[in-house]
Write a protein that binds this ligand. Sequence first.
Ligand code: SF4
Length: 293
Amino acid sequence: MPGIFLEPDDLCVYVTEACNSNCVMCPMSLASRRRGLTMAPEQWSALKEIDPQAVFHITITGGEPFLDARNTLAALALIRERFPEAEVLILTNGRALAVPEIASVLLPLLTERVCLAIPIHAPSAELHDRITQTPHSFAQAIRGIRALAPSPARIEARVVAHRWNLEQLSPTFRMLTDLQTRITVVNLIAMEMTGCAAARRGELWVDYREAVREAREGILYTVRHGIDVGLYNFPLCSVPRELWPIVKNSISPRKIRYDDACENCAEREACGGMFYSTRELGLFRVEPIEARR
Ligand code: SF4
């Protein structure tokens, strides 16, 4: 349910269940997006009560938070004033940033402590729009990324790997690298198998190892061109050792699970594990790593 949630490592502003895209691998259920509950006006005022000393990281998320642009932009103004030291992550499909009326208010609020994470699913409008099930979403998201370029904010492109875009993972990294606009980081994301993703797992699931293998060439191309790359939500045993330095332990602690066999793994402490849902569905076969002699 939308609202403001203060956890030890994050203040989460969950603006709305609603979204103007309809991605096939969305971790939210179709029912919740259709219901589209949105934070009530009185819920926003909680931001004024929270002790800034207790907050180091803020996540603004949805659905699509800019569907309630008025309150989201007002919250960003308040966050800039009350939480100037906090890192702020805004999860958005980026399409609203192509709207000049929104971009013109947003840009002056952005600092280098803000990161906007925007999913780009493919190197072409045809496939991206098929995955979002939303015409023009690719063109709008790319325009949104370009609109952010003059700001000091960090710009993150997220490529979520699944069966539909498997063969286009490397071309997507290449396209983003060659886009000739400012992108700070491109992250390859392993799907969270809940909501729509779980419902369509038969057509979407791809083994993590296969996804990394397909993306490897594009990852190396992006790194060679001076853009940071991260691998999010991938267990270490799904990634070749050469790419371990870019693996992030990105699954939130309450969702992390390990297999029983992980007890025999030499990298158990370093590994960020897998999503609860991936384990429940029995989708990933772990391969415990032997200690190096
Ligand atoms: S065997 Fe388990 S702990 Fe080891 S790398 Fe794989 S998922 Fe992580």
